[in-house]
Design a protein around this ligand. Structure first.
Ligand SMILES: [Zn+2]
Length: 355
């Protein structure tokens, strides 16, 4: 920062001094206007605002609400949730249509969707609009519905992760089957959504990343206490993935598998499970260790796609993953809520045409 001041910015420094004369008066114990030294020693803005977020979080959680809404809000305050709200729509990857964005905001706030008001059941799976209100706030269509678009939502997040590894020059592969030797005849056994080669892992095995996402407001998640314990739903999704994998390991024994299973569990707020956060930290570590000595981390200076709020590796890819996931969820909800509208409203022609 000092370099910025020293390099022909005398004009700014003079202006700061002038301002200091005006504002450093009155009965404040310390100078109100920051000096250059004070600015340099200040904690980062994110650190300063932590306190405000914490107070607000406690306040929001104290309100009276259903267990579902409590689980949703708790999940919304975890790492990775709502990162899409920081996106600046300068790049296609951070853009969405306004009607989709509206649904995204309504879902994020846990509102009952006005456009879903008349729905009594899901035409896909027959689920009824019950006290969980999952149909009316759209969550039913993103996770629990058998006819929803779970696979598509899953795939967009997988694709961003794959693209991220590619951007690091890592030869990752998508949807790799045949990794379990005795099970290879069955195409369903694909332990890796993205297979990261051994050369890019900490250990001596390739990493079989397996993306999964889960709803903290579902009946099973609530039974596990997702409204009281943060990231409980993601922990459960991770545990289930490992349980299946461990059964496969037993079937393969004594042959040792050539990969390490790494489930990446996300809650449908975007929140990353604890183990997923560990994976993310390992990606960041790899990226910083392999960056050239003295090379800038600024995507702008590297001539890469960037925005003001997504100008380094972490912010750019966190926002990319978050936006792709939540936008796809909202598009799913939009599609299915329209499909589930009572018949007389289909096409907008009916008893309301003269209103
Ligand atoms: Zn359904």
């Amino acid at each position: 920062m000092r370099a910025w001041f020293d390099n022909d910015n005398g004009g700014f420094e003079r202006a700061l001094n002038l301002l200091a004369e005006k504002v450093n008066t009155g009965d404040a114990p310390d100078p109100v206007c920051p000096s250059l030294a004070a600015v340099e020693s200040m904690p980062r803005q994110a650190r300063l605002s932590e306190e405000i977020y914490e107070v607000q979080r406690k306040k929001l959680m104290q309100e009276t609400m259903t267990r579902q809404d409590r689980a949703w809000r708790l999940s919304c305050s975890q790492f990775g949730a709502g990162t899409w709200l920081l996106c600046i729509p300068m790049l296609d990857r951070f853009r969405c249509k306004s009607n989709v964005f509206k649904i995204m905001l309504q879902m994020w706030l846990g509102l009952l969707l006005p456009m879903a008001e008349g729905i009594s059941s899901c035409v896909g799976c027959g689920a009824l609009a019950d006290r969980s209100r999952a149909l009316l706030n759209g969550r039913h269509f993103t996770t629990t519905c058998k006819k929803g678009r779970r696979n598509i939502i899953h795939d967009v997040r997988r694709d961003v992760i794959y693209e991220m590894y590619k951007s690091l020059g890592i030869g990752a592969e998508k949807e790799v089957g045949g990794l379990y030797a005795v099970l290879k005849k069955n195409g369903e056994f694909r332990p890796a959504d993205v297979l990261v080669p051994e050369s890019a892992s900490d250990g001596d095995k390739a990493l079989a990343l397996d993306v999964t996402f889960t709803d903290p407001t579902s009946k099973t998640s609530l039974e596990k206490g997702s409204d009281k314990v943060p990231l409980k739903a993601a922990a459960e999704a991770h545990r289930k993935k490992m349980e299946v994998h461990n059964r496969h390991v037993e079937m393969e024994a004594p042959v040792e598998l050539p990969f390490e299973k790494v489930p990446l569990a996300f809650e449908n707020t975007g929140a990353m499970g604890k183990e997923t956060q560990q994976w993310w930290q390992s990606v960041l570590k790899w990226e910083s260790e392999h960056r050239g000595v003295g090379e800038t981390s600024s995507r702008m200076q590297l001539g890469l796609e960037h925005t003001w709020s997504a100008n380094n590796f972490a912010t750019f890819w966190l926002q990319s993953m978050s936006m792709a996931h939540f936008r796809e969820q909202a598009e799913t909800v939009l599609l299915w809520v329209n499909k589930c509208q009572p018949q007389q409203n289909v096409g907008g022609v009916g008893s309301h045409c003269c209103d």
